[in-house]
Ligand binder design. Structure first.
Ligand code: SF4
Ligand code: SF4
Length: 134
């Protein structure tokens, strides 16, 4: 599983090695997208956290126990129809079949209900037609 969260720290926990323990104790992988760290004031991190579902739930529970407020960010991927040239580059990389060539017209069809929001097509598309929205 991979989800994006905003982690809010306050004066009681901003200097604790909380993120380090997420990796060591819960075997989670993270990617910091944005960080605002203000000593002795409220700070926050925007993080993508991934790992096994059970470990992710335990890790989130640990954060709450430490007094860290956790807000999930809902992401979705959409296709900008005006930019899409139906080149097909994204269909080879999409792991779920959400992007597929439809025969006989050979147009690329996007099925949002199959999309896992992995983001691979966003960087693969040469026309920047696939967009992430929060
Ligand atoms: S790679 Fe981009 S332009 Fe090409 S079919 Fe996919 S979304 Fe359309
Ligand atoms: S975000 Fe991932 S699953 Fe969704 S369409 Fe793009 S490559 Fe496919």
């Amino acid at each position: 599983m991979k989800n994006t969260y905003v982690l809010h720290f306050d004066q009681s926990n901003y200097d604790q090695p909380i993120v380090y323990r997420l990796i060591r104790d819960y075997d989670l992988v993270f990617n910091i997208l944005k960080a605002v760290i203000l000593p002795k004031q409220e700070s926050y991190l925007v993080m993508e956290i991934s790992g096994a579902k059970e470990q992710l739930e335990k890790g989130l529970s640990y954060l709450l126990d430490q007094g860290v407020r956790v807000d999930p960010i809902n992401k979705s991927v959409r296709r900008n129809e005006e930019k899409c040239a139906h080149c097909g580059a994204c269909t080879a990389i999409c792991p779920t079949g959400a992007l597929a060539v439809e025969r006989p017209d050979m147009v690329v069809v996007f099925s949002p209900e199959k999309c896992s929001v992995c983001g691979l097509c966003v960087t693969a598309c040469p026309f920047r037609a696939m967009e992430v929205s929060f």
